[in-house]
Design a protein around this ligand. Structure first.
Ligand SMILES: Nc1nc2c(ncn2[C@@H]2O[C@H](COP(=O)(O)OP(=O)(O)OP(=O)(O)O)[C@@H](O)[C@H]2O)c(=O)[nH]1
Ligand SMILES: [Mg+2]
Length: 530
């Protein structure tokens, strides 16, 4: 596989093998894995209870800070590169209780040495697409902290209902896993509980799917209270239908006991316990939903504040790793950023910027999109994504050096359409122009109506992009000429902050302004028209 384009791809970070936190956590879980189904149910039970207790206790351990309304993928405007994030997550003690949800499912999601497996069907994708998807899975797995050792792709009409890969390929995968010494297989799709178990039985190491990896990354990176709550909800939602699978493996263990003469039937304590766990999880989910709704109110308040201020809002959207946060830094860090205390305290992910003509607007970083974003997350992050729809302009960042930028553009647009943000004016910033193939850049600039090639790294194209943003902001529609007396300075200030000043002169009896403003301000200025 060619992973040249992914900074998160394996092989670039020799330190990644060190996982002090993981080592510290090595415990009975490890031993249990291979003994599964051989009467080890007590270890399993205790582990499950511990993990569930941690999940259900989650509320107490959430930080007591004011909700910021946005999750980390936007928060990282402040600014963590992937390398920094990896360093962070390696620090012991930073793992959250949320990770335990997936631990419940996989005994230990900590992925260390992984092999990827993908199914490629000729019906709905080309081999190239499947490879790009597997490459992306590789980057995701690396972001989650693992070493990707190898990968296999199988051409098959549909994934095998019992084992995801077909029998022959699954056996080949088992050999590969043994050969490279992997401890985890990551499948490029969403596996049912029985597929996962079926494949685990063949490859003899734990099997996880793409969704679990993405949820894990979000859990590692969620920082705000709302972000954490949303991720936890998504994880529980993912876990709930899979409890049965877990329970079935418990029953298999019970079966072992039956064989040993303990005589417990298929609807034994395991099944009852699942019901109980399910109820506890549902209760927790209901509580999270209530909390998230409450946080939504705070966000609405912020939003209406912005509307009252009538400062246009630009939302940066784009595929994960496209360089959204870097671009935000570039665009607002160039010295024009006015620190607005109000916005700064309310929401650290929204920054203030100005057009070259001095017209202020806000620039907001957003959650990164990813192909087959787990639907649980689409739901969970809908509220965050809806902020994009509330803006005036979408600044769509795409990684021009990615092997399939068109695919990324399309994936993001389909999610934007989901939250009704597809009708907004859109500027496409084709980022990483320093790395991209000039022919690809040309192709994209020809195809996209409102596109600029930029590099957040070198600064190339940034001025043009800033001008493009200025040109795309909604123009206040009342044009007027006024002479505002000096004792009404606040009106002049409002023309500056909410309108577009075309000309300004200081005369003996006031400030003469030629400007475009919103109707409300125009009405207040009526007395001073000239
Ligand atoms: N060469 C090059 N690298 C860039 C450029 N812009 C961003 N990067 C790198 O791309 C990686 C991702 O950048 P981010 O700004 O974190 O991307 P993002 O879109 O915010 O990513 P998520 O928040 O994870 O969705 C980082 O390693 C950046 O250093 C660029 O113009 N050129
Ligand atoms: Mg980012």
């Amino acid at each position: 596989m060619n992973q040249r384009h992914h900074p998160a791809a394996p092989g670039l970070d020799p330190e990644r093998r060190e996982h002090p936190a993981d080592v510290a956590e090595d415990g009975p879980e490890h031993e249990q894995r291979d003994d599964r189904g051989h009467g080890d149910e007590q270890v399993g039970d205790a582990e499950f209870d511990r993990a569930l207790a941690r999940i259900l206790r989650g509320a107490d351990t959430l930080p007591a800070t004011a909700p910021t309304g946005l999750d980390e993928p936007s928060f990282d405007g402040d600014q963590l590169d992937l390398a920094d994030r990896r360093a962070l997550r390696r620090a012991a003690g930073l793992s959250t209780e949320l990770e335990d949800v997936t631990e419940v499912e996989y005994r230990q999601l900590r992925l260390e040495r992984v092999v990827l497996a993908g199914v490629w069907s000729t019906a709905d994708s080309s081999r190239h697409e499947a490879e790009v998807s597997l490459q992306e899975l590789s980057a995701l797995a690396a972001t989650a902290g693992s070493d990707v050792l190898d990968g296999i792709l199988q051409k098959r009409a549909t994934p095998d209902p019992a084992t995801y890969l077909g029998a022959g390929k699954a056996a080949a995968l088992a050999d590969l896993v043994a050969e490279v010494g992997a401890d985890t297989v990551v499948c490029d799709g969403e596996l049912s509980a029985s597929q996962r178990r079926g494949l685990e039985d063949i490859v003899k190491v734990k099997v996880v799917d793409r969704t679990a990896v993405i949820l894990d990354i979000f859990a590692q990176h969620a920082k705000s209270r709302e972000g954490k709550a949303q991720v936890e909800l998504a994880q529980l939602e993912y876990l709930l239908p899979r409890l049965r699978g877990w329970g079935e493996s418990m029953s298999r263990q019970a079966g072992g006991r039956v064989a040993g003469g303990a005589g417990i039937g298929s609807r034994g304590p395991g099944e009852t316990k699942i019901e109980l766990d399910r109820r506890r999880i549902r209760t927790r989910m209901a509580k999270l939903r209530r909390e998230i709704r409450g946080m939504g109110t705070a966000r609405d308040a912020k939003r209406s504040l912005r509307q009252v201020r009538q400062v246009p809002a630009v939302a940066i959207a784009g595929y994960t790793n496209a360089g959204k946060s870097s671009l935000l830094n570039r665009l607002t860090g160039a010295g024009v950023l006015v620190e607005d205390a109000l916005f700064a305290t309310l929401d650290p992910t929204v920054r203030r910027a100005q057009t070259p003509q001095g017209r202020p607007y806000t620039l907001a970083d957003t959650v990164g999109f990813v192909r087959s974003l787990p639907h649980q997350l689409v739901e969970a992050f809908r509220s965050t994504l809806e902020e994009v729809a509330d803006g005036d302009v979408v600044l769509h960042v795409v990684d021009g050096s990615h092997p399939d930028p068109e695919g990324q553009l399309a994936a993001v647009r389909s999610v934007l359409a989901d939250v009704d943000a597809h009708t907004l004016p859109e500027i496409v910033a084709v980022n990483k122009a320093d790395l991209a193939d000039p022919e690809v850049l040309d192709r994209l600039l020809r195809k996209e109506k409102n596109a600029v090639a930029v590099s957040a790294r070198t600064g190339q194209g940034i001025e043009e992009l800033l001008q493009r943003v200025a040109d795309t902001l909604p123009v206040p529609d009342v044009e007027l000429e006024v002479l505002v007396p000096y004792d009404r300075g606040e009106l002049v200030h409002r023309v500056h902050t909410t309108g577009q000043v075309l000309a300004e002169e200081h005369e003996a009896d006031g400030t003469r302004l030629h400007a475009r403003v919103q109707p409300r301000l125009a009405a207040e200025l009526r007395a001073y028209r000239v």
